[in-house]
Design a protein around this ligand. Structure first.
Ligand code: KE4
Length: 432
């Protein structure tokens, strides 16, 4: 049981005086679930400890990077060693080359790689490359998918955009938003409609191959392959945003596992091992459009910084151990099946979507295949469920429209504790 949250309450009041909404990223604000966000004191393995000393099994995992669990000793030691060599130089180091080579070896489509400091930067750069390469302006994205907060991609955005019901951000000029057409995930008909509505041509289609920012939504069989074929037919580039899925669902690109070879890929999170990172990768002729090789400008003071690339290399090295992704899938299946059984036992309507170590339990709809299905979730009930789980020592993402992240540090006992807590929490919901 929780030991109170007085310290988090006091820190939240202090934070709100100096930081908008008291957070440095909206999804951390608990706007959709209510209550005071817990402030984290430390984390290790699958557990977090908050400022009041409460301990939780963690399913946020820094929203994806903590795939090894928090504070992995080998990664922490490597960071300490690297820091003693300096934090950054404004010049290139061998480790950047090594990380680009490792990504290129793992992902056939990643002939070249440009490292940046966030997924947002990487996605916006991929769009810029596509516009330069095709001479076209329009892009197609999917309702509920999230690709960071650059202007043109904050249209019908998922993650915080869905959570806070700000699908189209203020401050984005209508002229910019109009360059983005929005299709429905898993609907090839809506994709065709977007292409037909833009006779001047579309520069690129950007998609999360497994959507994870409207909650987890799995691509229907053949959807990604047909999407790639449609893009090719209309002369548009295909950009797969694998900021979440890259090196999480397999040792590389999940798009390639679905038989799709994207022209450009967006990566982040896991490849930095918890440190700030992003990457745009893909065909060499496209990446070579980037300055100084080509005319598309993109830059970053801390791009490829020594600490991020060292943490990323250590993490990818540990993830290359045979059996890693089978283990993640086994743990993810134990969690997903357990939550589905708990839903059924409670009689609370809902469904569980899962791919590997990514899972979302939707409360309300009995199937979620696209954003409008997800929007039919009972978010009030989810808020109650969130707090019921928190009381039982389980820390979930504070939104129905996020994914649960399972790490290699989660044990069967952690998963079973989570499922038992869900049985009790859903039972309480059903009885309310
Ligand atoms: P960042 O700019 O936050 O590093 O990455 C943006 C991004 C791009 N593409 C995908 C598929 C993403 O999921 C993200 C960021 N994910 C959210 C969680 N759903 C980050 C959490 C946050 O905004 O604080």
């Amino acid at each position: 049981m929780m030991r109170g949250n007085d310290k988090s309450k006091e820190l939240s009041r202090r934070a709100s005086r100096r930081i908008p909404g008291g957070v440095n990223s909206p999804v951390r604000a608990w706007s959709a679930v209510g209550g005071t966000p817990i402030f984290i004191e430390s984390a290790s393995g699958a557990r977090l400890v908050d400022a009041d000393g409460n301990s939780f099994v963690d399913y946020v995992g820094s929203y994806g990077p903590a795939i090894l669990g928090h504070a992995h000793p080998q990664v922490a030691a490597a960071l300490g060693e690297q820091a003693r060599k300096g934090l950054g130089y404004g010049a290139t180091i061998e480790l950047e080359v090594e990380l680009a080579e490792k990504i290129g070896t793992a992902i056939a489509a990643a002939e070249k790689v440009r490292l940046v400091s966030s997924g947002t930067e990487a996605a916006m750069t991929a769009i810029r490359i596509a516009r330069a390469a095709t001479g076209r302006t329009k892009i197609i994205k999917f309702d509920g998918c999230y690709h960071g907060h650059s202007d043109g991609l904050l249209v019908r955005a998922g993650s915080g955009g869905m959570t806070l019901a700000i699908p189209n951000s203020a401050g984005v000029p209508q002229a910019v938003a109009a360059m983005t057409s929005v299709a429905r995930f898993n609907s090839l008909e809506s994709v065709g409609g977007c292409f037909e509505a833009n006779p001047d041509g579309v520069a690129a289609v950007i998609v999360e191959p497994v959507a994870a920012n409207m909650g987890v939504v799995v691509p229907m069989p053949g959807f990604l392959k047909e999407l790639a074929a449609a893009a090719r037919r209309y002369g548009a580039l295909l950009i797969c945003d694998e900021v979440i899925t890259g090196f999480r669902l397999c040792h590389g690109s999940i798009a390639e596992k679905y038989g799709v070879a994207p022209d450009l890929l967006v990566l982040g999170k896991v490849i930095g091992g918890g440190m700030p990172i992003g990457a745009v990768a893909g065909r060499a002729d496209l990446l070579d459009l980037l300055a100084p090789a080509g005319p598309v400008y993109q830059a970053g003071t801390l791009s490829g910084n020594p600490l991020s690339v060292r943490a990323g290399l250590e993490t990818l090295g540990l993830l290359s151990v045979p059996g890693t992704y089978e283990r993640l899938d086994t743990l993810g299946a134990r969690l997903g099946n357990g939550l589905a059984d708990a839903l059924k036992r409670s009689g609370v309507p809902g469904c569980v979507n899962r791919v590997g170590s990514l899972a979302t339990m939707f409360l309300g709809p009995n199937a979620v295949c696209e954003a409008d299905d997800a929007r039919r979730s009972d978010t009030a009930r989810f808020a109650t469920y969130f707090h019921q789980m928190l009381e039982r020592g389980i820390y979930l993402p504070p939104s129905q429209f996020e994914a649960m992240f399972v790490s290699l540090a989660h044990s069967e006992a952690d998963i079973d504790q989570t499922v038992e807590a869900a049985n009790q929490a859903l039972g309480a919901l059903a009885a309310a």
